[in-house]
Write a protein that binds this ligand. Structure first.
Ligand SMILES: C[S@@+](CC[C@H](N)C(=O)[O-])C[C@H]1O[C@@H](n2cnc3c(N)ncnc32)[C@H](O)[C@@H]1O
Length: 454
């Protein structure tokens, strides 16, 4: 096969400058980058240049033409399209990428102006960012025709990207009329590829309508649920919200915030600013006031959470990391995400994991427990050999270790201390099928028992 253009020549300075321009302003990044962050995502400008230059033929030199009939055919095809020769071909290639000026020169001029403390004014490049340009049909047809001179395949070439990541290469290949095959190991990147390359290519412009409709419904639902936490009043002078996790104060039950300090700004623009919290333990209300100067120094360093220990703004009492973890599992965050019923279930699950009697827990709560601790499904027959069960679930290191743990009274089954290994047969299963084994205070294993001995 004859050489590709990229093997002969590549306008690296031009494409490099255009790629830097593409990345220069976070606000003007390509739209496809907005769906989800992906690492080592390549600029679209360099991706399209590499794709097209890999498909197009090199301009064969005299030696190649003499030695290879295929090179003669390529040269004839190129000359038919570019009657003024190789320079015309190269200039067309650069324009086909959407590069309609000299971005390397424009960049140098911008840098020189900045060094002089001046601005160039307007668009120093003289044309839109290249990636914003989608090639027209005529350009795509010509690229396909020229690619076929070299590859002897028609119509559109197929491009393979075996490590496709965020999809810059298959995205540009699709824009330039190729069928693209993309492979990716990571499911997040595979999702990005599906959403930004595959589905738009399959559904065409109609896909945008689907996205708009579903996006609007999603915004509406999120708005309904989160709106109350971000009240909007007119005129609204708030610039941003600062939020903190909360847990119920152990004494009053009111949500108390967890914050490492109460500073809002220290030394920025020569100002020290903090927030002063005045908590009312009767009503649970927390009045907030922004304070500066001396007062900021009094309130800023106050902490309601440090190194795993919280302090209630209502009672001043401290509470432990265990308490915070338990409440986090059971508390308002769960309520916000899953709704009230799920919060109650999660609260029961948390209580069980922190030692409460599991026979009081509903079936949904046991499902929450299953999500938090190792679990397995086993036949009813496994209950007959408690030592083996404890060893297989990893709660005991071996069957003899299991015997020792039971003798010490360190194992509970569905909340009851197991005094003998045989005692496991008498334990009532939770909801007719669950056996929650616990070693010591922290180590759990949930077994779902199905009928039979197999
Ligand atoms: C440098 S990134 C590719 C970036 C991509 N060109 C873009 O512009 O977004 C390399 C990708 O290869 C993927 N990868 C690594 N090993 C792989 C494998 N064996 N098979 C498929 N994908 C793999 C990684 O998950 C990563 O997303």
């Amino acid at each position: 096969m004859t050489r590709s253009l990229i093997e002969q020549w590549f306008p690296a300075a031009t494409v490099g400058a255009e790629s830097l321009r593409e990345r220069g302003t976070p606000r003007a990044l390509p739209w496809v980058f907005g769906l989800h962050v992906w690492w080592a995502r390549r600029p679209l400008s360099v991706s399209r240049a590499a794709v097209v230059a890999s498909l197009l033929p090199a301009w064969p030199d005299e030696d190649e033409v003499r030695a290879d009939p295929a090179a003669q055919r390529v040269l004839a095809g190129l000359r038919a399209e570019f009657t003024e020769g190789e320079d015309e071909y190269r200039a067309w290639f650069v324009r086909s990428l959407g590069v309609l000026g000299n971005p390397a020169l424009a960049r140098a001029q911008i840098q020189a102006a900045v060094a002089r403390g001046e601005t160039t004014g307007g668009n120093a490049y003289g044309y839109e960012r290249a990636f914003r340009w989608s090639p027209d049909e005529k350009t795509v047809e010509l690229i396909t025709r020229l690619a076929s001179l070299r590859a002897h395949v028609e119509p559109a070439p197929v491009l393979l990207d075996p490590f496709a990541g965020g999809g810059s290469i298959p995205f540009e290949a699709a824009r330039f009329g190729c069928s693209a095959l993309a492979s990716e190991l990571n499911p997040v990147a595979a999702g990005i590829l599906n959403a930004t390359v595959d589905l738009p290519a399959v559904h065409g412009p109609d896909f945008a309508e689907h996205i708009k409709n579903w996006g609007a419904r999603w915004c509406e639902r999120v708005g309904e649920r989160l709106g109350p936490f971000f009240p909007h009043v007119e005129p609204d002078e708030r610039l941003a919200y600062i939020w903190a996790h909360t847990v119920p104060c152990p004494t009053t039950g009111h949500p108390t915030p967890l914050a490492p300090d109460l500073w809002l700004a220290r030394g920025k623009a020569d100002r020290d600013v903090a927030v002063r919290l005045d908590a009312d333990s009767e009503t649970g209300a927390i009045a907030r006031e922004v304070v500066e100067g001396e007062e900021a120094h009094a309130y800023g360093p106050r902490s309601t959470y440090k190194r795993g220990t919280g302090v209630s703004v209502f009672s001043g009492e401290t509470f432990s990391g265990d308490y915070i973890r338990q409440r986090a599992l059971a508390g308002e965050m769960t309520d916000l995400v899953h709704g009230h019923r799920a919060a109650v279930d999660a609260a029961q699950a948390a209580a069980v994991l922190f030692g409460a009697d599991p026979t009081d827990a509903g079936e949904e709560a046991i499902a929450f427990v299953a999500a938090e601790v190792p679990s397995s499904r086993r036949s009813a027959g496994t209950i007959d050999d408690a030592a083996a069960l404890l060893a297989e679930t990893g709660l005991a290191a071996s069957k003899s270790d299991a015997r020792r743990l039971v003798d010490q009274g360190s194992v509970r089954a569905n909340g009851q201390v197991l005094t003998t290994l045989d005692g496991l047969r008498d334990v009532t299963l939770l909801h007719g099928r669950y056996l929650l084994l616990r070693k010591g205070r922290r180590h759990h294993h949930l077994v779902e028992i199905f009928p039979g001995r197999g």
